[in-house]
Design a protein around this ligand. Structure first.
Ligand SMILES: [Zn+2]
Length: 441
C-alpha cells in the first residue's frame, strides 16, 4: 500500500516517493537547550519518532537528524545569570533532553548535530547567499534580503505586504527592510563568538537547520518535521536560505505537528505556561504519556490535562488486563504449533485478528494516523476478550497467544505499551501493598 503524507507546502496529501530509492532523509527541528524540556517539546519529538519508526517498519532505511540549538540569546542570558559558560547550560539541557527522550521511548537520531559544531558550514552558506546577492552585511550582521526571494511566504501562506506591516526592527539592527532576517549576528560584549568574513559573531537561528539538514540528508530532504509554530518564520527562512543557495527544492514533505493546548492556550516556551516533562513523569508512567501523545493524529491540536492522561492510563491498564487474562488461560504450555492448519472458530478468530492488523497499516499509511492505528490494536484486544469467553476449541491457546504477539508487534511500531513487553514495570498497576514496598526501596 502506498504511504501518503500531508505536505504543508502543497497543502495536500501526497504519495511518498523518496529522493533515493528505499531511503528516507528526515530532519526534525530539535531543542534550543536553554531549559528543561516541556511536554510540548516532547510531543513534537514523539511524533517525529513515530513517523520514523513507521518508515522503518515499511522497510525504508531512514537517516533521522535532530539538531540541538546550543547557542542563542536565552542560553547566553541564562549562562550570564548563573555565572557559567554557555556550554554548561547547553550541555545540561542536552542531557535533560536525552533523559526524557529515553523515558518516552524516543529513539536516538542517526545524528544529533549541534549548531556550534557546524560554524564553518554555516559561514560558507552565508557567504554563498551574500555572493548571490540574496544577503547583505550591515554593521557586522548579515541579513537575508526577503525581497530578493520571490517565493517567500509560500509555506506559511502569508502575504509579503502583511508581513511587512507587522515586522519590527530591534535596537541596533540596520536592515534594508524590517522583514529581513539575521543569518549572522555581530558579537556583543560578553557573548561567545566565532571568526567570520564579517568579523566576530554567531549564527542566526534558522541558518543552522538549513546547513545541518542538507549536510546529513542531501540537497533535497524527503521529510522535514517540527511543531506548526515553527512554520513561520523558522521554516519559511530555512526555505529561503536553502533554495536561495542551491536553486533546488529544499523539502518534499513538510510534516508539522499540531500543538498542545493547556487551559486553552498554545503551549510554547513564550506563553509562560510551562509544563515540564519532569513534573509529569512523577505523576504518570512515561508509557502512558507516550500513549496519550500518540492517541490523536499528529496534525491535530491536543488538549493537555490530567483527565486526558488518566484516560490513557485506563486504556493502557485495560490492555494489560487482557494480556494477564490470556497469559493465565494459556499457562505455561506455550503452544508451538503453526498457524497454517487452523479450522473452525479458531480460524474465524484468527481471520478477524489479521483483518484488524491490516487496518493498522491502512490507518498508518494515511498520513501516519496513529489514532487509527491504536484503535485497530484495541479492536484486536476486543476480539481476544470475546474469544476468551467463547467455548473451547482445539488451537485456542495458540491463536490467542499469537493475537497477543500481533498486538505487541503493532504497539512496538508506535513505541507504545512497552510495559507489555516486560521492559518497564508500571507501578501504578501493582497492588497498593506492593507499590508501597517499591516506594520504600
Ligand atoms: Zn529548525
Amino acid at each position: 500500500m502506498a504511504l501518503k503524507i500531508y505536505d504543508t507546502f502543497d497543502a495536500r496529501k501526497k504519495e511518498l516517493v523518496p529522493v533515493k530509492d528505499g531511503k528516507v532523509g528526515m530532519y526534525m527541528c530539535g531543542m534550543t537547550v536553554q531549559d528543561r524540556p516541556h511536554v510540548g517539546h516532547m510531543l513534537a519529538f514523539v511524533c517525529g519518532d513515530m513517523i520514523r519508526r513507521y518508515l522503518e517498519y515499511k522497510g525504508y532505511e531512514v537517516t533521522y537528524v535532530q539538531n540541538f540549538t546550543d547557542v542563542d540569546d536565552k542560553i547566553i542570558a541564562r549562562a550570564n545569570a548563573e555565572g557559567v559558560d554557555y556550554t554548561v547550560i547547553a550541555d545540561r539541557y542536552t542531557q535533560e533532553y536525552f533523559k526524557y527522550a529515553d523515558l518516552l521511548n524516543i529513539k536516538r537520531a542517526t545524528v544529533h548535530p549541534r549548531a556550534t559544531e557546524h560554524i564553518k558550514d554555516i559561514v560558507d552558506l552565508v557567504e554563498t547567499l551574500v555572493s548571490k546577492g540574496l544577503a547583505y552585511e550591515s554593521g557586522g550582521d548579515v541579513y537575508y534580503e526577503i525581497a530578493k526571494f520571490a517565493p517567500y511566504g509560500r509555506l506559511s501562506k502569508k502575504k509579503i505586504d502583511e508581513l511587512q506591516a507587522g515586522a519590527r526592527v530591534e535596537v541596533g539592527e540596520q536592515k534594508r527592510n524590517p522583514m529581513d532576517f539575521a543569518l549572522w549576528k555581530a558579537a556583543k560584549e560578553g557573548e561567545p563568538s566565532w571568526e567570520s568574513p564579517w568579523g566576530k559573531g554567531r549564527p542566526g537561528w534558522a541558518i543552522e537547520c538549513s546547513v545541518m539538514s542538507t549536510k546529513y540528508c542531501g540537497t533535497t530532504v524527503d521529510i522535514h518535521g517540527g511543531g506548526e509554530d515553527l512554520i513561520f518564520p523558522h521554516h519559511e527562512n530555512e526555505i529561503a536560505q536553502s533554495e536561495g543557495a542551491t536553486g533546488q527544492k529544499f523539502v518534499n514533505f513538510w510534516a508539522h505537528n499540531g500543538l498542545l493546548n493547556l487551559v486553552g492556550e498554545k503551549m510554547s516556551k513564550s506563553t509562560g505556561h510551562f509544563f515540564a516533562i519532569e513534573d509529569i513523569v512523577r505523576e504518570f508512567d512515561p508509557d502512558v504519556i507516550r500513549f496519550y501523545l500518540l492517541s490523536s493524529h499528529y496534525r491535530s491540536p491536543m488538549e493537555f490535562s490530567r483527565e486526558r492522561l488518566a484516560e490513557s492510563r485506563s486504556a493502557v491498564q485495560r490492555m494489560a488486563n487482557t494480556f494477564r487474562s490470556v497469559e493465565s488461560y494459556v499457562g505455561d504450555d506455550k503452544p508451538e504449533r503453526s498457524l497454517d492448519g487452523l479450522s473452525g472458530s479458531d480460524l474465524e478468530f484468527w481471520n478477524r485478528v489479521t483483518e484488524k492488523a491490516a487496518l493498522f497499516s491502512q490507518a498508518m499509511d494515511d498520513d501516519f494516523n496513529s489514532a487509527g492505528g491504536i484503535a485497530s490494536i484495541f479492536d484486536i484486544a476486543k476480539e481476544v476478550n470475546l474469544y476468551l469467553k467463547a467455548g473451547e476449541a482445539p488451537t485456542k491457546k495458540l491463536v490467542l497467544s499469537s493475537a497477543l504477539d500481533t498486538i505487541k508487534q503493532l504497539a512496538n511500531v508506535l513505541g507504545i505499551l512497552r510495559g507489555l513487553g516486560g521492559e518497564i514495570i508500571r507501578t501504578d498497576d501493582l497492588p497498593i501493598e506492593v507499590r508501597d514496598l517499591v516506594d520504600e526501596r
